[in-house]
Design a protein around this ligand. Structure first.
Ligand code: ADP
Length: 153
């Protein structure tokens, strides 16, 4: 069983995340989307909301599981028996940051990180930009899946 963990904040899930997950489905038997809980981060959406948006979006995909997680990513991978970490790359700055983490992770645990380049159509999307648009009544709808449904923020 080839299992990958896709860790992130998903605050909220965007078309960029969705693009990476959809393209990774043929590569793995199971993809666990690990929705991070970090007490030092201020989230716009609660852990329940962030999970619900992702579950709803992938409700017809049996290979996709969604769980909350805390602590070190490699420890969580070991606990769920994931041999791979999945991450998306948008830019050179993502690359530098992601490389340093992937290097530590393989050194400490032997767990490999698999990277997919985002599609050009979604490479500019980041959750922080979506949150900024939500806060200021901007038009964010084309940047996120329709499963991200909420009354007001
Ligand atoms: P984190 O807080 O770990 O950065 P995010 O939810 O922002 O969590 O991102 C989770 C993963 O999704 C990361 O690998 C990130 O590079 C990737 N990602 C975020 N936005 C995009 C996008 N527009 N296209 C492709 N990958 C993306």
């Amino acid at each position: 069983m080839k299992r990958a963990l896709f860790p992130g904040s998903f605050d909220p899930i965007t078309n960029g995340h969705e693009n990476i997950i959809s393209r990774a489905i043929p590569l793995f038997d199971e993809i666990v989307i690990g929705v991070g809980i970090n007490s030092e981060k201020q989230y716009m959406f609660s852990i329940e909301e962030r999970i619900k948006f992702i579950e709803k979006n992938f409700e017809n995909h049996s290979k996709i599981k969604v769980t909350p997680y805390k602590g070190l990513t490699i420890e969580y991978c070991k606990s769920i028996k994931a041999q791979f970490i999945l991450r998306g790359l948008r830019s050179l700055s993502d690359f530098e940051y992601e490389k340093s983490i992937a290097d530590i992770n393989i050194e400490l645990s032997g767990i490999d990180t698999v990277f997919l380049f985002t599609s050009p159509k979604t490479s500019f999307i980041r959750s922080s930009l979506v949150r900024e648009l939500i806060r200021n009544n901007g038009n964010y709808k084309s940047l996120i899946p329709s499963s991200v449904n909420f009354s007001s923020k």
